[in-house]
Design a protein around this ligand. Structure first.
Ligand SMILES: *Cc1c(COP(=O)(O)O)cnc(C)c1O
Length: 403
């Protein structure tokens, strides 16, 4: 019997009832703007900032309009501008090089390993070759590199690190939360990430001046005393007249929706990981298919899963993707010659200098990616794994199957 799957890969869970109730409350009183307060009121956005800062153990947190905005604001606050070279991952999604381009800076792509993390040898070489002093490190699809080695390397070379944690909210490396290794951590609250307010983001840091600059940049109109996790007003004194307002604030409605989700994030992460392990287990040992090994130091959040079909010809990978699709399983292929949906690779970002990376190209060519929404049951995950295993076995080229 040919099994098929009928679930939706893009259906998230509903907003928690507490979030719906809080959002209704905000709509009833009408004060949606974060600085629009009744006497003595602490607005939802400020509460959310304080709660998120506490959750990740950061001194300062700024809630903003998107993850992309958090990254561009961190870059700008750290002095990136026209002509600045910013190192970043070749394996990431379009908003990351887009954040670099948005401040007029130039992305310098760093290669990817078969573990789907940044290639530290290539990073070292590119730091030496370009003299770049900023790294926008993308923990793409939740894969965290050896953060001890990365930070040691960057500190020795005088490179400051901004972490893109769009896929690692709730994750950690040797117990340190993702986003807390570098100078700043950026998170997204967009529908397909780990908390869902449609659009939204966070920037966290322990650096008072960076936090003050980011708050001013986000459009605080000198109302920075109405924040939930901001530095002392004195820190703003020397900065406030020299920092442009580039509006990207979060509003109270989104914050109301997010607060109960942040409170329950650990539970959500455990449920994602149960789904991830169900698929991983079902795929283990499939000939020609490589499951990504996860290091013991990495506490990840399995909100998606990636596998490699290394050295497979295009036609065979296309046949697997088409075969799975016909049976209801949506795999995204990062090696496709043209970007499809959210997949794209560094060659498709033509506003950046062309930067050939053959070793990374081999890895990217083989990457298949699949979302694991919490609306899937564990049985769904086991079924999905059986379908993928079946299609990979059917279409495996003779050489890969013989390995
Ligand atoms: C979604 C995403 C972002 C940015 O998030 P937005 O909130 O959509 O701007 C950043 N990095 C990666 C890897 C992402 O997938």
């Amino acid at each position: 019997m040919t099994e098929t799957f009928t679930g939706s890969f893009t259906q998230q869970e509903p907003i928690p009832e507490a979030g719906i109730a809080a959002a209704l409350e905000v709509m009833r009183h009408g004060r949606l703007h974060r600085y629009n307060l009744a006497p003595g009121e602490v607005p939802e956005v400020a509460r959310l900032e304080a709660e998120f800062a506490e959750y990740v153990g950061a001194r300062y947190c700024l809630a903003v309009a998107s993850g992309g905005y958090a990254m561009s604001t961190a870059l700008r606050a750290m002095g990136a501008g026209p002509g600045t070279k910013v190192l970043s991952n070749a394996f990431t999604l379009a908003p990351v090089p887009g954040a670099i381009a948005s401040v007029g800076a130039e992305p310098v792509f760093v290669g990817v390993t078969e573990a789907l993390t940044i290639d530290l040898a290539d990073l070292e070489a590119k730091i030496a070759a370009t003299g770049a002093t900023l790294l926008l490190l993308s923990h793409m699809r939740g894969h965290i590199c050896d953060m001890d080695r990365l930070m040691a390397l960057c500190e020795a070379a005088g490179v400051r690190v901004i972490e893109d944690c769009a896929h690692t909210m709730g994750a950690s490396w040797r117990g340190v939360p993702s986003g807390r290794h570098g100078a700043a951590g950026c998170y997204s609250a967009q529908t397909y990430k780990h908390v869902n307010s449609g659009e939204g983001g966070f920037l966290v840091t322990d650096d008072a001046e960076l936090a003050a600059r980011a708050i001013l940049l986000s459009g605080s109109y000198m109302l920075y005393d109405r924040h939930g996790a901001a530095p002392d007003p004195a820190v703003f004194e020397g900065l406030k007249l020299d920092t442009p307002n580039i509006s990207g604030r979060m509003d109270n409605l989104r914050a109301a929706i997010l607060r109960p989700q942040v409170a329950e994030i650990e539970t959500a992460c455990a449920r994602w990981n149960a789904r991830y392990h169900a698929v991983e287990e079902g795929l283990a040992g499939t000939p020609g298919l490589t499951v990504i090994e996860r290091p013991a130091e990495e506490h990840f959040v399995g909100s998606s899963i990636q596998v490699l079909l290394l050295d497979w010809p295009d036609a065979a990978i296309e046949a697997v993707v088409a075969g799975c699709k016909a049976r209801g399983v949506e795999l995204k292929w990062f090696g496709a010659p043209a970007p499809q949906g959210f997949t794209s690779t560094y060659q498709h970002w033509r506003y950046a200098e062309p930067q050939p990376m053959p070793v990374s190209d081999r890895v990217l060519h083989g990457v298949l990616d699949m979302r694991l929404p919490l609306t899937f049951s564990l049985d769904d995950c086991a079924l999905i794994a059986r379908i993928i295993r079946d299609e990979v076995t059917t279409h495996a080229p003779a050489r890969a199957a013989a390995e």
